[in-house]
Design a protein around this ligand. Structure first.
Ligand SMILES: [Zn+2]
Length: 278
């Protein structure tokens, strides 16, 4: 299947998931305040049991054959579908040890629940002949669903400067989004860039946490590019919290980029840095 066809199928699936979710509990999607989020497990208890745990190994569910388990950069949780034959209700378990990951995981797992229970979503899930592709489709839809719930389009757009995405937009979006990590902000914002663009986030130790491309692809723990090294160095040497440069300013390798921006994103006692290449 062509990449564009796969992406458009994922988008249709996410639309259907949002509609199904809204139908059951509209407040979860229309009110993304902290209070609303805290009410989330209780509110959904009529549909699915949601439990926060300290590490996934603490319950026996990790070993269950029907559990969908994920442990990675952004996710640490599992979804256990209902099993009528043994009277089991659906269950979501979320590893609560990381604040931002916990929120992204919660909505990702809710995405599994909706895809497995809404008839339209379920049908689309099983329209694939290839099991590996079906799995990739389901996971992609869950990730997109979580990103759209935590960073809805209206919120993203209200934090963008009018003439294209710059790094300070990422800082502002992170401050105004209650539960999205800076990695999630980077991935979501990359969708608003022209082809070839990227949003990177460097953590407090200066390591590349994620580089998200306009194409939808993300890299983790990669080496910084020549653009990024120059932007980080200039930011470190100057006294400003942000900078915007033409691609040519960066010399060799700069020709591929029209504009590079970098901005310090403060959080707790330290700061990380967003770099946007567009
Ligand atoms: Zn998943």
């Amino acid at each position: 299947m062509a990449v564009s066809e796969f992406r458009s199928l994922v988008n249709s699936q996410v639309e259907a998931m949002l509609a199904a979710g809204r139908h059951l509990h509209p407040e979860t999607f229309d009110d993304v305040s902290e209070r609303s989020y805290r009410a989330f497990p209780k509110r959904w208890a009529d549909q699915v049991r949601i439990e926060f745990v300290q590490g996934l190994g603490s319950s026996g569910n990790l070993a269950s054959e029907s559990a969908i388990v994920e442990q990675g950069h952004d996710l640490s949780g599992l979804f256990l579908p209902a099993d009528r034959s043994i009277g089991r209700r659906p269950l979501i378990e979320i590893d609560a040890r990381s604040f931002f990951r916990m929120h992204f995981t919660a909505f990702h797992e809710l995405g599994h629940f909706l895809q497995r229970t809404d008839m339209d979503c379920y049908a689309r899930l099983f329209s694939f002949d290839d099991r590996a592709e079906a799995k990739r489709f389901e996971e992609s839809a869950c990730n997109r669903f979580a990103a759209e719930v935590l960073l809805p389009d209206a919120l993203v757009r209200s934090n963008l400067t009018p003439d294209g995405v710059v790094a300070s937009d990422a800082c502002r979006l992170f401050l105004n989004a209650h539960f999205a990590s800076r990695q999630a902000v980077a991935r979501r914002l990359a969708e608003y860039l022209p082809k070839g663009g990227s949003v990177s986030f460097f953590d407090m130790r200066g390591r590349l946490a994620v580089r998200a491309f306009a194409s939808g692809r993300s890299e983790y723990g990669a080496d910084p590019s020549a653009f990024e090294v120059r932007a980080l160095t200039m930011l470190r040497q100057g006294d400003k919290d942000e900078l915007v440069m033409d691609g040519e300013t960066l010399g060799s390798g700069g020709a591929a980029a029209g504009r590079i921006s970098a901005a310090k994103s403060r959080f707790a006692k330290g700061y990380g840095v967003f770099v946007v290449v567009s």
